[in-house]
Ligand binder design. Structure first.
Ligand SMILES: *Cc1c(COP(=O)(O)O)cnc(C)c1O
Length: 430
């Protein structure tokens, strides 16, 4: 499908009028600055607040007031089982079997817990492959897990580098690195969607390649969950983790989630850190000696559920369940495609030809299968003042030194008019 776009307000308004998801914008609080709603493009960093979140929190706060400790067993959603309400909707969002997911903790904590189980190095097989410029938290987690296991991170961690002058990692370079590492490879651990460029990796074939050499394969889905189509179970991914405050709109530091492939859930002997909430349900409250893991991702749970944080998450997950990922993905393609078009059009209008010297260089893959919402632009020849101007004009985007602008028009609450207005402000600023 090729879409014919126009860089006019009338066109943007027409697209919004035709958009079946337009009404969902009303379900979110759009920040207001100087009496005007901002153009919010940082849903990849902190998603906006669903208006219903307050009601969901209030409900649990009231249950607590009414019941005290009995709230674990009574009330509308007994807290003892609160996390179970996420199993069905989250498994749909990430393409898992219900048993393979659980909502718990925060992202980097979960990554470390999963590495304890899935990075089990031996003297022959101890290497990890990750992408160059992985999110720093992931880099630190890998580095220290390698050290804790008694290996040297400089030797053990192989970063698949960018080629000279390129911004995105070549898929064939990842596969080649996996094949080359061969028997020495213990783990492939990659960000499913790169936070900087918005590049989405081919997780299916990376998983295949990793398994072929006998390694485990896991993904950090911080920028992927709620953003791209995921089929974790069918791709046979070993494990994955994500946070919920980016595209999932579940609030700052909100409760995160993990996926563990069924085949590992069934393996009670797998080494792991443990706590009472991962112990088999039937005997959990007998409080006896001897850890017996549940036969699901819940086995990795350690503590009882942070219900207030989960209430916000539930508000958001209910919206995702009502809208459905397929509808979101459809609009996402049109909307991010419109942003690409606007950027191209500005380059043409301004007569920018050599974009590497001056102009707006789009470094996000154009292919829909290789990205989600996010479009990252290098504003060559321009510096921080350009971004400051955008912010002054109510465009909330994300700036990375020296001159990268990351924008994520998200299908749940961004409009085509948002994208058009961004273009208008940007064009004026240039
Ligand atoms: C956002 C993000 C994080 C943040 O980790 P927290 O533990 O939630 O603070 C980690 N890794 C990646 C890839 C991210 O995008």
């Amino acid at each position: 499908m090729t879409m014919i776009y126009e860089n006019t307000l009338a066109f943007a308004k027409e697209m919004d009028a035709k958009d079946p998801l337009a009404k969902w914008r009303d379900e979110f609080h759009i920040p207001v600055v100087d009496g005007k709603e901002v153009n919010y493009f940082t849903g990849n960093s902190l998603g906006l607040q669903p208006k219903r979140a307050k009601h969901y929190i209030d409900t649990e706060i009231k249950e607590w007031a009414n019941w005290g400790v009995e709230g674990h067993f009574k009330g509308r959603h007994p807290w003892k089982d609160y996390h179970e309400m996420f199993v069905e909707p989250i498994s749909k969002i990430v393409g898992a079997q219900p048993k393979e997911v659980v909502v718990m903790n925060s992202l980097t904590v979960n990554l470390n817990l999963l590495l304890v189980s899935f990075y089990r190095p031996t003297t022959e097989r101890y290497k990890i492959i990750c992408e160059a410029k992985a999110f720093p938290s992931d880099q630190y987690a890998l580095e220290m897990q390698v050290k804790c296991a008694g290996f040297n991170p400089d030797e053990a961690i192989i970063e698949v580098a960018l080629r000279e002058g390129e911004y995105t990692v070549r898929h064939e370079d990842i596969i080649e690195a996996i094949e080359q590492a061969g028997d020495s490879l213990a783990l492939v651990m990659i960000g499913g969607v790169n936070y900087f460029t918005g590049q989405a990796f081919d997780m299916k074939s990376i998983t295949e390649a990793g398994h072929k050499v006998g390694a485990n394969v896991g993904f950090d889905l911080a920028h992927a969950v709620g953003n791209i189509k995921l089929e974790l179970h069918d791709w046979d991914v070993d494990f994955a983790c994500w946070c919920s405050y980016k595209y999932m709109n579940s609030g700052p530091g909100g409760v995160a989630g993990i996926y563990v492939n069924q085949k590992h859930c069934d393996n009670a002997d797998l080494p792991r850190f443990a706590g009472w909430w991962g112990h088999e349900q039937e005997t959990r409250f007998l409080m006896e000696k001897g850890f017996k893991p549940m036969k699901s991702a819940e086995a990795w749970q350690m503590s009882n559920a942070p219900v207030i944080s989960m209430a916000v998450h539930k508000a958001s997950v209910d919206i995702f369940a009502e809208v459905g990922m397929d509808a979101l993905l459809e609009k996402q393609k049109l909307l991010s495609g419109y942003l690409e078009f606007i950027v191209d059009d500005i380059n043409t209008q301004k007569g920018f030809e050599n974009l590497k010297e001056k102009g707006l260089e789009n470094i996000t893959p154009r292919n829909w299968n290789e990205r989600g919402c996010q479009v990252s632009i290098v504003a060559n020849g321009y510096g921080r003042p350009l971004f400051d101007h955008l912010m002054q004009q109510g465009v909330i985007a994300d700036w990375r030194e020296p001159n990268v602008i990351r924008m994520a028009p998200v299908p749940l609450y961004n409009s085509f008019e948002d994208v058009y207005r961004f273009g208008e402000v940007l064009s004026e600023a240039l």
